[in-house]
Design a protein around this ligand. Sequence first.
Ligand SMILES: Cc1cc2nc3c(=O)[nH]c(=O)nc-3n(C[C@H](O)[C@H](O)[C@H](O)COP(=O)(O)O)c2cc1C
Length: 317
Amino acid sequence: MKVLGISCGRKMSNTEILVKEALMGAKETGAEVVFIRLQELNLKPCTGCNACVIDLLEKSGSGKCVLKDDFEFLDEQLLACDGLILGAPIYEKTAPGQLKILNDRLGPSHDMAFKLIAKQTRAAKNVTTGKGPDPRSFMPKAASLIAVGGSEWDTLALPMMHLSVLSMQYEVVDKMLVNWVALPGVVALYDQWLERARNSGVHLVETLKKPLTEATYIGDKGVCPICHSKLFEINNVDKVNPAICGICGVKGTLTVQGDSVSFTVTEEQRALSHVNLSGKFHHAKELKEISLVPHPDMNLLPEKMGKYKAFIEPLRP
Ligand SMILES: Cc1cc2nc3c(=O)[nH]c(=O)nc-3n(C[C@H](O)[C@H](O)[C@H](O)COP(=O)(O)O)c2cc1C
């Protein structure tokens, strides 16, 4: 069993120390461990070319990204691992931009429903040319998330980190939030945080020793019964399910009783949660039936676009 630790923080600073502590816990529980410092990698932002999605959905291919940088190296490490410990410092209430870049690169191209559709179509049509999705993509995987901030401005940090592993169908078994740690490396002086991180690594490996159906979650329970989110969007236009989980997108109702808030979700809505494979397949079906259907006036598009092309040129440095 292999566990990959990724730190998005400064070299040998708070996030890295906590990720390494978690990796030590994973190692003492029997895992082989490897570590990546995200800041050392050259990752270009997704350009939106959609080559990955076209490859998966139209050619039953591997969905490989066409950009040339360190993504292929990182992807190989992700494919080779069973467990992931993802640590990030909090920047502007969320994770650093480099993780968002990685999140976009791991989004549609690594969507489990898209990959399964490619695999199934390939088998059904007996496609033997090129490569289909890497079989390691379909192995059960679990992740532990660690966010570290210098204050309590943290609302979007763990949600954004969870989104980074959502498309790949990782089972998130722990989320750990450390506040009020800002000076470089100072977390090494806080034994309670070190122990908490080590336990996270131990729990990750113990989880991976069993079927993922038996996985338990040891982080803050949060409010969403599916993904433990505490972040919600309120859409008062929807009178039946006005609350939307900010991570898994499940819709339901929020109720405040005394000092406690509860989120109720029907079984029908639960199936549509983006962390569930059924929800991912629903999303793929919606794309196919709604936004990817050619518009009846498609032939008018070049003429309509001409106006915007001719209007203004972008400023360049
Ligand atoms: C650009 C920038 C923005 C930051 N924004 C926040 C913030 O919104 N909330 C917070 O709690 N800490 C914030 N911090 C503090 C870092 O999260 C904190 O110093 C953390 O320990 C850094 O992790 P590292 O030592 O692993 O790099 C910010 C730091 C930087 C550099």
